[in-house]
Design a protein around this ligand. Structure first.
Ligand code: GCB
Length: 662
């Protein structure tokens, strides 16, 4: 009896498992094949073996292309379900009413490309995860052409599928990339699916926590670019050194016929070169020429035309030199003081990421109105339109990659990623006269691993682009501040005022870069900390700091020119203080911090420029003071929609004085 029961139970068990398996099979269709594809795919993602992008083509926007901008269908996929069985990449849609589906692009969300997803759907405001994008496009092949899918930026990881095949993957949210898709696109309709994931791991750049919103999505243009089989893969033309009577550069070809006729023309300088590239596709350029120098006062651009059979690239390039001599920064051989402002990439009308020339003109126009000759594009590469508009407006530019706070400096993969970000940025902007500074990182805590990381990164950047200066925004941590507080601040609390308050900047990074920069928050954070660390009321702590700020003197160890890359204070536009009241977050308090900072900075001979923090309030999930911050960092000189705060006029007045030689 007992045996019969056991046999029956075994039979039921086997049948049960079998029917479950059958059900699963029927449910999921060709699941085994899909599962293998998925596993391969997941494995390739895990091992990072998805094909990397091809080197960035120069100036994709001026090559023949079809725009893939517009409305894309999209699916929010918090658990990555769309990857299972390749459903999303192949756009597997139910065909008839009896088909059981768990995923579809139809009848749902659509997102504008280019655009961040956060400002397009309330479910996505703080979303960290995967969104699938889909669109189709028509394609007509041209014999002898190659086709590249170009993405201006996708934050943060993108997996790109054409007609169901993974063509490649890209990590890094702010630099352009392109894949050669010649062999996967076909005549007629094509399916393009992109998985975008804006989560960050601790090894990523940046890490998961930043003081800005990690806007996700296909944030910049998507193009299908057509170039001949043998094409221009890179070119550069720039003014060499002082006295600057030589234009130097190169043209590089890629493709099967590397030795090809190459022509370079700068008509306004009477330059015409007709030559052939060497067997490696290279042409070195040297022209005796004395172009009018590009500068903020006169941002002269020249038309440069590079052509090979079947391809012609026309660009507008300014010629200038940038160098350091002692503690001075020299533009075209003459000392220059950088009247700057730091900028996050958000539109001036309260929107999210910018992605048009008009928006770049509005933002940089405001910087010009402030009296700037310099902008710090923080904390990641901004859209290409920004540097192109800066070229036209005559604004010097600091560009940086998001090596922000403590990234995984001891992880070799993180260094590889940082190098690649710079390669992509340099490939994009190498011909932009406005770009004079590459910043390696922002506020990075010192350690041997960090120094090693930056030494390697600096070498990579200098090799890729020897013509620009390197900088980094140093962290003013407790080591730098403690002596000042002990030797100068505390005595002042007891009424004993030192004539000068020494602020010693001592960081090994100073030795690695050409122009060290420092972020400091005298009058804002530091006073707050003092209020907490001493029995002083916060009011007294702030008063003492404001009254003494002009005494602070910066001392660096290497005598290099120094930029104050951040200072500032928060203010909610419209929040006002009564006269004499120290009220944080009021426009008056922010304006007062600016007055004191500017007075202090005018007494620092080693400071050769500044970029106060920041032009506009920007979204930040770190800012939780409800009613005041509401997820906005309020240190802007203007509100999210561009209304000026009092401090705007304070800085503007100082920049007018400086421009007039004051
Ligand atoms: C900094 C950071 C910047 C922050 C800023 C602030 O030092 O570099 O990313 O947003 O301070 O407002 O605290």
């Amino acid at each position: 009896m007992r045996r019969t029961f056991l046999v029956a139970a075994a039979i039921f068990f086997v049948l049960g498992i079998g029917s479950l398996a059958l059900t699963a099979y029927l449910w999921l269709g060709d699941w085994p094949k899909q599962a293998k594809g998925t596993l391969d795919h997941l494995r390739s993602v895990a091992e990072n073996t998805g094909r990397a992008p091809e080197p960035l083509l120069p100036d994709s926007h001026s090559s023949p292309h079809q725009s893939l901008n517009g409305r894309w269908q999209a699916v929010i996929d918090p658990y990555g379900r769309g990857a299972l069985g390749g459903i999303a990449p192949r756009d597997v849609e139910p065909q008839n009413p009896a088909d059981l589906a768990e995923f579809s692009f139809e009848n749902g969300l659509t997102l504008k490309v280019p655009g961040d997803w956060n400002t397009q759907d309330p479910r996505l405001v703080f979303y960290q995860g995967i969104v699938w994008y889909k669109r189709s496009f028509a394609f007509e092949p041209h014999a002898g052409d190659r086709s590249y899918l170009y993405f201006g930026a996708a934050n943060y990881k993108a997996s790109v599928y054409v007609n169901g095949l993974l063509v490649g993957e890209h990590t890094g949210g702010f630099t352009p990339f392109n894949f050669d898709v010649t062999d996967v696109v076909r005549r007629g309709e094509n399916l393009l699916v992109v998985k975008v994931d804006n989560r960050h791991a601790p090894e990523d750049i940046p890490t998961p926590t930043t003081d800005w919103l990690s806007y996700g999505g296909l944030t910049r243009d998507v193009l299908l670019v057509h170039v001949p089989e043998t094409h221009i893969s890179s070119f550069e033309l720039r003014l060499q050194g002082e006295p600057g009577d030589q234009l130097v550069g190169f043209v590089q070809l890629a493709g099967p016929a590397l030795a090809a006729p190459v022509s370079v023309k700068v008509p306004e300088l009477g330059i015409t070169l007709e030559t052939r590239s060497d067997p490696h596709g290279h042409v070195a350029l040297h022209f005796a020429a004395s172009p009018e120098r590009w500068s903020p006062a006169s941002p002269r651009l020249y038309r440069v035309v590079v052509s090979i059979p079947g391809q012609r690239i026309a660009d507008e390039i300014g010629f200038r030199t940038i160098a350091v001599r002692g503690s001075e920064i020299l533009l075209n051989g003459a000392p220059i003081y950088l009247r700057g402002i730091a900028i996050h990439d958000e539109t001036l009308d309260g929107g999210g990421r910018s992605n048009s020339q008009r928006q770049a003109e509005a933002t940089l126009g405001l910087a010009k109105e402030l009296g700037c000759n310099f902008v710090r594009l923080a904390h990641y590469p901004h859209p290409e339109a920004m540097v192109r508009v800066a070229d036209h407006l005559g604004l010097l530019v600091w560009e940086e990659i998001p090596v922000y706070w403590a990234v995984a400096f001891d992880n070799p993969g993180t260094l590889v990623l940082a190098k690649r970000m710079f390669s992509e940025l340099i490939a994009r902007d190498r011909n932009r006269a406005s770009v004079v500074l590459w910043s390696l990182g922002n506020e990075t805590p010192a350690s041997p691993a960090r120094d090693h990381f930056f030494a390697a990164l600096a070498q990579h950047v200098r090799t890729s682009d020897p013509s620009r200066l390197l900088t980094a925004a140093l962290l003013t941590g407790p080591e730098a501040l403690q002596p000042l507080f002990l030797k100068s601040y505390l005595p002042a609390v007891f009424g004993w005022r030192r004539k000068t308050w020494t602020f010693r900047i001592d960081d090994a990074l100073e030795g690695i870069v050409d122009v060290p920069a420092v972020n400091e928050y005298f009058g804002w954070y530091y006073s707050g900390v003092l209020g907490l660390a001493t029995p002083l009321s916060s009011l007294r702590a702030r008063r003492i700091m404001l009254d003494n700020m002009e005494r602070i003197r910066f001392v660096t160890s290497q005598g290099k020119p120094l930029i104050v890359s951040e200072f500032g204070a928060g203010a909610k536009r419209g929040l006002r203080a009564v006269p004499g009241e120290l009220r944080v977050y009021s426009e008056e308090y922010q304006a007062e911090v600016y007055r004191k900072q500017l007075a202090m900075l005018s007494r620092q001979p080693s400071v050769r420029g500044m970029s106060p923090w920041v032009l506009k309030d920007f979204r930040s999930p770190l800012r939780l003071y409800q009613g005041i911050q509401d997820y906005w960092n309020r240190k802007g000189l203007v509100s999210p929609t561009g209304e000026r705060k009092l401090a705007f006029q304070v800085l503007q007045a100082r920049y007018r004085e400086l421009a007039a030689g004051g």
